[in-house]
Design a protein around this ligand. Structure first.
Ligand SMILES: Cc1cc2nc3c(=O)[nH]c(=O)nc-3n(C[C@H](O)[C@H](O)[C@H](O)COP(=O)(O)OP(=O)(O)OC[C@H]3O[C@@H](n4cnc5c(N)ncnc54)[C@H](O)[C@@H]3O)c2cc1C
Length: 303
């Protein structure tokens, strides 16, 4: 990074919200269901499938959790109405997990029933390590009640994932594997999690191999080109068809890479967030993006 970029990057938290808003348009479909449906339809037309995320994490009241569930119900109805190739990704804390596991489970079941009626799927996002076991337990409880249209995310940076994944593998299972985003600033996690991609990537690849080996459908969620090349080599070596798994990427990130994968015949799903709670999500994406300073400067100049 240039000195100018370094200065701009360290000043990001001080940037006016209007400016962050402008940059975030690349990563967020908009505020409303109509906005996200329009973006998903365009992605579908270009050949991508999608997963829709209503922005927002931990809620402060059960009624807030119920509002999140209602919003997702509207998304599911719109997906079905317009015949879109899309499902939803939900954060259990946004459905009330930390306020009451039973309440969260009821909200999730409500979404699963609606999704089943529309022949679609619900992905449970994985949150910070204080939620890992609770979210695995949530999935196992829900599955024991016969729901098949649901799957979890596992994080390759967590050392425990190697054990956690074992009961989640099988021909009727569906996992997303990502590196994990919550380690930042959590020093206590260092013992439980790797921070270095030289340790994370082999672990990531090992879990993908276990999914391939067990017939588990896997969403490979990364923008890391080296890792993607290794997954492609692994799939080729094991005779896994290009559409028997999928690559997953965030809206607005590494678009040329996602286009190349699609053109090469791989299935690619785009994670499409929308909603009023755009600020926290935008700040996380902006901090991850090494070219953020360029985007911010360009946005400043074109205001
Ligand atoms: C579809 C999807 C779903 C996810 N779900 C979860 C989840 O449930 N739980 C969870 O903890 N994490 C989740 N993540 C986030 C994930 O864990 C990583 O933090 C994030 O994807 C960055 O890791 P990476 O694998 O892309 O590799 P990195 O090594 O971080 O990045 C690889 C390359 O992509 C570029 N890149 C990465 N992010 C950006 C960006 N925002 N803008 C521009 N370039 C970028 C980097 O500069 C680098 O060149 C998800 C990610 C995706 C793609």
């Amino acid at each position: 990074m240039s000195l100018l970029n370094t200065l701009v990057a360290s000043a990001i938290p001080l940037a006016p919200r209007a400016l962050i808003r402008k940059v975030s348009r690349r990563y967020i479909a908009g505020d409303t269901v109509a906005d996200v449906i329009k973006r998903v339809a365009a992605l579908n037309a270009a050949g991508f499938s999608a997963t829709v995320d209503v922005l927002g994490e931990t809620v402060e009241s059960l009624s807030q959790a119920d509002n999140t569930a209602s919003e997702y119900l509207k998304v599911l109805e719109a997906i079905a109405r317009d015949g879109l190739r899309a499902n939803i990704s939900v954060k259990p804390t946004a459905l009330g997990l930390l306020l009451g596991a039973t309440h969260c489970e009821r909200n999730l079941e409500c979404l699963l029933n609606a999704a089943k009626g529309h022949s679609t799927f619900v992905r449970i996002d994985m949150e910070d390590s204080s939620c890992t076991q609770r979210e695995i337990d949530l999935l196992l409880r829900i599955k024991s009640r016969g729901y098949g249209n649901v799957g979890l995310v596992v994080q390759a940076y967590l050392k425990r994932t190697d054990n956690d994944i074992t009961p989640l593998l099988g021909t009727h299972e569906n996992l997303r594997i990502c590196k994990g985003i919550y380690v930042e600033g959590r020093e206590h996690l260092v013992e439980d999690a790797w921070r270095d991609r030289r340790a994370i990537n082999p672990h990531f690849l090992r879990q993908v191999a276990r999914c391939f080996g067990s017939g588990t459908f896997v969403g490979v969620a990364t923008h890391d080109e080296d890792l993607i090349d290794q997954v492609i080599a692994l799939a080729g070596g094991q005779g896994i068809a290009k559409t028997a798994f999928e690559f997953q990427m965030l809206l607005g990130v590494r678009e040329s890479l996602r286009d190349r994968l699609l053109a090469a015949g791989y299935a690619v799903r785009i994670y499409v967030p929308y909603g009023k709670d755009w600020y926290g999500y935008s700040m996380r994406r902006i901090k991850e993006n090494p070219r953020i300073a360029d985007h911010l400067l360009r946005a400043l100049l074109t205001r």
